[in-house]
Design a protein around this ligand. Structure first.
Ligand code: HEC
Ligand code: HEC
Length: 303
């Protein structure tokens, strides 16, 4: 019996040792990914200063979700603090105390938003530059113009960080990373944005963020890499299990504006960010609807 217990003890100690060793390796591997210095293209984007462009920039800042993360005054905030992922703390973008705004050149703004890269070349965590990469020069310029026009707010925040669990996940699951720049093809030619209009193409351009949750095919399902208590995203193609075939274009616009579906279901804004998308114009929402209508009609969950 004594001998048996001794062996159990040894095996247990070996297992713990193996776990500690694995976690240490994962820690240093992810640390190297966080500290990697990236080369980005030196894009030149005109930053307008007229009131109309600043107003457009504000709307883009709202419907692209920047405001949802960075706050109405661009003051930054703790957006998510979950041991399974880490601390998602958005930067204060103003030139106030604790703000990044004062120290960034136009080239820094462009690199930060479009490629997810800081002035020192290291990657910005969590921020979906994988979507903002596609923003046209005009849209990106307007957003930067808006940010620069905003008054200084003092708000000192700690940097974002990925938890131990988050590091394990981004090491073991190749499809998940909390470093969006790793997914941006820095060497390839950037695709040009489609012309604005009520077209499926422009609708797709406006719908890039939907795919994070509703899936690349928009057929919904459990959202990979998100906290376990999140609800799955519904199917928003016109296929099996989707509510959309019973909606009109106007129903869709009203749903995104009010957060209430034609069947009076309240969409929970903390999961489905309609509070950002409601800032799209009627024509922009019509383009999104045209895009959803144009998609292959898939059964729920074929993300
Ligand atoms: C999902 C939340 C989220 C969204 C959406 C988002 N950001 Fe961020 N942003 C962050 C986080 C988090 C950081 C800081 C990450 C870190 O500490 O590594 C950040 C950092 C930045 C920085 C870097 C500042 C610096 O220190 O260099 C800029 C610029 C920025 N965001 C602008 C924008 C703009 C413009 C948009 C919309 C087009 C946007 N963000 C949308 C979360 C977000
Ligand atoms: C951060 C995740 C997330 C993003 C981004 C997102 N959605 Fe959703 N969406 C959800 C979730 C979760 C629900 C279910 C909400 C609920 O039940 O309260 C939902 C519900 C919906 C519904 C209602 C469907 C139904 O059957 O009632 C529509 C329509 C919709 N989303 C469209 C969009 C569009 C269009 C976009 C992009 C412009 C988008 N969503 C972006 C997570 C997301």
């Amino acid at each position: 019996m004594k001998k048996f217990l001794k062996w159990v003890g040894i095996i247990f100690a070996l297992l713990i040792g193996a776990v500690i060793l694995t976690l240490t390796v994962i820690y240093f591997q992810t640390e190297a990914r966080f500290k990697r210095v990236y080369e980005t293209p030196n894009d030149v984007v005109a930053i307008p200063t007229d009131a109309e462009s600043i107003q457009l920039g504000k709307r883009i800042f709202q419907y692209r979700g920047c405001e949802g993360c960075h706050g109405e005054k661009l003051e930054g905030k703790v957006y998510l603090d979950d041991p399974a992922v880490g601390k998602v703390i958005s930067t204060n973008l103003t030139s106030g105390l604790g703000g990044a705004g004062g120290g960034l050149t136009d080239a820094d703004w462009i690199r930060g938003i479009r490629y997810g890269i800081r002035p020192d070349g290291t990657p910005i965590l969590f921020m979906p530059s994988t979507e903002f990469y596609y923003l046209s020069d005009e849209d990106l310029g307007a957003v930067i113009a808006y940010i620069k026009s905003m008054p200084a707010v003092d708000n000192v925040l700690p940097p974002s960080s990925v938890s131990v669990m988050g590091r394990v996940v981004m090491t073991l699951v190749p499809a998940i990373t909390f470093i969006p720049s790793e997914l941006i093809p820095m060497d390839a030619a950037r695709p040009s944005a489609p012309e604005a209009g009520i077209t499926p193409e422009y609708g797709e351009y406006l719908s890039l963020s939907c795919k994070v949750c509703h899936g690349l095919t928009m057929s919904g399902g459990v959202i990979p890499g998100f906290p376990a208590d999140w609800p799955p995203a519904p199917n928003i193609t016109f296929g099996g299990g989707s509510a959309l075939p019973t909606w009109s274009e106007q129903d869709f616009i009203d749903t995104i504006r009010t957060g209430k579906t034609p069947l009076d279901k309240e969409l929970r804004a903390q999961y489905m960010p309609w509070g950002s998308y409601k800032f799209m114009s009627d024509n922009e929402l019509k383009a999104v609807w045209a895009y959803l209508e144009s998609l292959p009609k898939l059964e729920y969950g074929n993300r």
